[in-house]
Ligand binder design. Sequence first.
Ligand code: ADP
Ligand code: MG
Length: 255
Amino acid sequence: LNKGDVVLRAEGLRKTFGGLVATDDASFAVERGSITGMVGPNGAGKSTLFNLVSGFYTPDAGSVYVNDTEVTAQDPHEVAREGLIRTFQTPRKLEGMTVREAMMVGATPQAGESILPLFLSPSKVTAEERQNLDKAEELLERFEIAHLIDEPSTDLSGGQLKLVELARAITTDPDVLLLDEPVAGVNPTLANDIKRFIRELNEEGQTFLIIEHDMPFIMDLADPIIVLDQGRVLMEGTPEQVRTDERVIDAYLGG
Ligand code: ADP
Ligand code: MG
């Protein structure tokens, strides 16, 4: 890959928790414009790698680059400002907020609660934030959940919450969007919709790195696919290469 074609690069990432090595010498790159998949057995280190590249964990060794800018050990909001946004395996609790309010909290890159006081003084909403909220509402329409905008977010199903998370993330216009298990616990019909939305957004230029446990889903959606095993990158290839690789079969069967 040429320099400008890489939106995210991880080099030699290592993270230990006490005596446990969660990832070791993990290196990979995400090509601009791709839907890159990340798979591996439970405990392989997928979520840890997401936390390392998005600034939620500090690596013990190794480096992270977003658009060729080094972001190693920077805070999540600094990494977000460079263009990397991630969603969580379990959507964050949005108790007490309607969907609209939840979208507003997400209208600034990983700003978290800092924008909450704006609800009390709408006049302080900047033009940019207003624009982001409009964009978020458009995305909810596209995701076919616009009718839920004034509902308490706690009334949403797991799948609907995942769509709200996706809309919030897209609103910030990231260079690369990391999704951690976007269809975990989602019914097959909605999972198919989510696949279609991701594909459409990708056709419009959005780059994705997606962890997913559901093999048929990720094999159908992503190319290339990075396979992790025991904290290391076991291989990277097309879905067909991954499907037929002896090492991958062994890793899953050996569990
Ligand atoms: P995956 O997402 O591939 O299932 P994880 O990255 O969640 O795997 O976990 C990799 C390993 O690191 C597992 O053995 C897990 O128990 C351990 N681990 C992950 N996060 C922590 C943490 N915060 N504290 C202690 N151990 C952790
Ligand atoms: Mg995980």
